[in-house]
Every structure is written in structure tokens, then in C-alpha cells.
Design a protein around this ligand. Sequence first.
Ligand code: SAM
Length: 294
Amino acid sequence: MSTKYEREDDRPLAPGLYLVATPIGNLEDITLRALRVLRSVDRIACEDTRQTQKLLNHFEIRTPTVSYHMHNEGTRTEELTSELKQGARIAVVSDAGTPGIADPGGQITAAAIATGIDVFPIPGANAAISGLIASGLPTDQFVFHGFLPAKAGQRKTALEELARGDVTHVFYEAPHRILDTLADVEAVLGAGQHVVIARELTKLHEEFLRGAAGEIRSHLAARASVRGEIVVMLAPSAVEASSEKRASLAVEVAALMKSDGINEMDALKRIARERGIGKSEAYRELQREQNRLR
Ligand code: SAM
């Protein structure tokens, strides 16, 4: 299948609703099309007008804004839909990332569609997809859950109800809850559950932590505080099983070095022979395991 790219469109913007993704940290992640749409629409409906104004000022965009957030979504949807019916061009943006994804946007989209108004997605940054593609976890099947419940009991129930198997699970989490959430993951899915934490994506202090839930929790708990925005991902059970196998390689190497008084390389060669795998494959496996927590 070939991808057909189209040149930048210089025709006036068609009437309709434009769902415009904005950066999740790095301002360079705004697209050329998003800028053109934000410049050309009649109004921009913003989750927080002050927050969006900073973005608009940076790009010298003078389009009027109006608030559209979870507390006025219903009434604003009615107002904006009646403007759209008269041929207005309206953009919806959230504070960061893709509108409608754990953010306002869904209600006005449904109302516009029900009224026969055109809805245009203007794709761009999204924290879940950015975290997932760099997680190292399978991306062929995944489930996005938004935020886990804030209350401990409900969070545990939500984790218990996860359909395990071959899918990667993706969550958003607040920094002040991450240690409790990891403790719940350990309690419900086991301390060995393979977890990936993506923190401060696209920003200066972007960080990925990959490893067993218990190890990651101790690693984060040792910090004075955990800050920033976080995506949590849980590996499918198959990956968990293979990471357990990797862990046992390091444990076996250490045990052999101790019992037989040999060095790491000799221990690794012997284990590789016993497992019927090549020396270099065993070495790479050991390194991967050691790197998981760096
Ligand atoms: N609509 C947004 C999107 O497309 O990703 C998500 C909005 S949701 C209210 C905010 C949550 O997304 C944060 O609490 C965090 O879990 C996640 N998030 C947003 N920006 C992030 C970033 N730069 N790094 C990691 N997670 C981020």
C-alpha cells in the first residue's frame, strides 16, 4: 500500500469542527496544519483559555478563544453547535495533546455529527501513543484505559478486572499517586509484573523506566519526590513470562560464580551451553536484563 501525500492546502478552511492536537510538552510538536487551522478558524474552544493563550501568543495567532471544559461542556456544546449550523469554523483544543483523549472534546464531536456538521481531526501529539511506541512493549494490540480510579479500593478492582493475555495496557497517572498505583499493581498482578513508566514525554527530563513493578516502585520511592506527567504501561503476560526467564539468567550466573568460584564470563558460557543457546545470545540477554533498570 502506498501513502499519497497531499500538498499544503491553501484554500479557505471549510466550515465545520476541527479537533486540533497541541504539544504535550515540546512546542515543536505542533504541526504546520494545526497552526494553519488555529489561525484560520472563527473561534477556538479551549479547555483553559489562559493555557491555550500562551501557545497562541508563541505562534502569534490572534484567533478569539472561548472556554470549553468539563464543567460547561453541555451548554457550550449547544452554543457552538448552533454557530456551526450557521457555517462557522470552530477548533477545539485541550490543555495538551489530543482533544477527546482523557480530555474534553467528545460531547461536541457527537453533537456535530448528529447535526450533520463535518468534523475534521487534526492529528498530533498524544501521551499514550508516544509512551507506547517507545516502551519496548508489544504495540500490535493494546488497551488504553485513561486514568485509573483515584480511590485505592476501586483502583485495585480495576486492576483485577483487566483482561490479561496478549495485550499491553496503557494508563495515565498522576505523580502523587504513582507509588500507590505500583503497590496495587504488585498486590494484584505480582511484584514481577513487567511495567514501563514514561515520564515527562517530549520534555527536557523525559524518562523511561522499564522493569518489574516491585523494582520500579523501590527505585521511585528512593527519590525525594516523583514529579511530572506519567504514562504507565503493563506488559502482556507473555512478555512478563519472558522477563522472568531473563531474571533467572542473572540469578543463575550469580549463583554459579559463587558456588564454583568462577568469573561472570565462564559462568555465562556454561549456562549458555546448558540452555543450548549461543554465548553471545546469552550475553546479550544478560545485558538487556541489566539495562532494564538503568
Ligand atoms: N489529551 C492528552 C493526550 O492526548 O495525551 C491527555 C490529557 S490527560 C488530562 C493528562 C495526562 O496525560 C497526564 O496526567 C499524564 O498522565 C498524561 N500526559 C500528558 N502529557 C504527558 C507527558 N508529556 N508525559 C507523560 N504523560 C503525559
